[in-house]
Design a protein around this ligand. Structure first.
Ligand code: FAD
Ligand code: FES
Length: 258
């Protein structure tokens, strides 16, 4: 079983809006993480509050360094991005399932907001042939929420959408998907649940294989507390153990969206 280890905060960088890049060192255990896998993070300074570690996708690795792209939404994320260099963090990982190795043929990557994190690692780990065959559809509310666009555009074809039309095409990632599904071998997606449900439906209608990376609130991160269960077509799925990456067809989307 994966155990907690001790890592050190190297830097916390404000990227834009509510997005931060947290870089940890002493993370040899995460070096071979696969795209989609995540780690549970808990700074030592939390002591008794917040009590539970929080899950974050592994965004980039380099030697013993690991980057996490963090959107602040509450107490845990707010205090995580206020950590100082040198602070110690308890880390459990890598945890969970990964996106499948690409089949032959074009891959459509669909990322919404901070859902870019596991997709970013997929792009890093892909070889030149896989990247040449991939298109990333990257959506955000507004131009200010888009990150690492230059870096991404140098590696894969990128189609950007913003809801307010302030950059790229105005609309939703799903508006851009259908034209890319013809001849597509695989759709991989991470982002808001409602977005992924729509992506899964479009991929299903086009009979294209689709894997989603689900989110859920987590407590243990190792399949013990049952706190991260989501409805699946064949019974509950534990996001930390059965996922976070799952074939879209295994998820009971109607129940998930209730
Ligand atoms: C496998 C996995 C990978 C993730 N990867 C990333 C990542 O790379 N970057 C990132 O910024 N976030 C990621 N998240 C989400 C992140 O874990 C939560 O935003 C974080 O735990 C919130 O903690 P908090 O204490 O700041 O918020 P809280 O104070 O606990 O909650 C604040 C608000 O956020 C909502 N919320 C909290 N946790 C979740 C959750 N897991 N899913 C949906 N809504 C939630 C609550 O309902 C509440 O409305 C991931 C989650 C999972 C399960
Ligand atoms: S977080 Fe405890 S079972 Fe998944």
């Amino acid at each position: 079983m994966v155990e907690f280890f001790d890592a050190t905060v190297e830097t916390v960088e404000h990227v834009t809006g509510d997005l931060y890049l947290l870089r940890l060192r002493d993370c040899e255990a995460l070096a071979s993480s696969q795209p989609g896998q995540f780690a549970m993070l808990r700074p030592r300074s939390w002591q008794v509050d917040p009590v539970l570690a929080r899950p974050f996708s592994i965004f980039r690795t380099s030697g013993d360094r690991v980057d996490f792209l963090i959107r602040t939404v509450g107490r845990g994320t707010d205090s995580l991005v206020r950590c100082n260099a040198g602070e110690r963090i308890d880390v459990l990982g890598p945890v969970g399932t990964a996106f499948p190795s690409p089949s032959h043929g074009p891959t459509v990557l669909v990322a919404g907001g901070v859902g870019l994190a596991p997709i970013g690692l997929w792009i890093d780990r892909a070889d030149d042939g896989m990247r040449a065959d991939a298109t990333l559809i990257y959506g955000a509310r507004t131009a200010d929420d888009l990150v690492f666009l230059d870096e991404l555009s140098q590696r894969v074809a990128v189609v950007v959408t913003t809801e307010d039309g302030s950059f790229g095409r105005k609309g939703l990632v799903t508006d851009e998907m259908v034209s890319l599904l013809d001849g597509c071998a695989e759709v991989l997606t991470c982002g808001p649940t409602r977005m992924m449900a729509h992506v899964a439906r479009l991929a299903g209608e086009a009979r294209v294989s689709c894997h989603v990376s689900l989110e859920a609130r987590m407590a243990c991160g190792r399949g013990i507390c049952l706190g991260c269960a989501v409805p699946g077509v064949a019974g509950p799925l534990l996001v930390c153990r059965d996922g976070p990456v799952l074939p879209a067809g295994h998820v009971d989307w109607e129940q998930v969206l209730v």
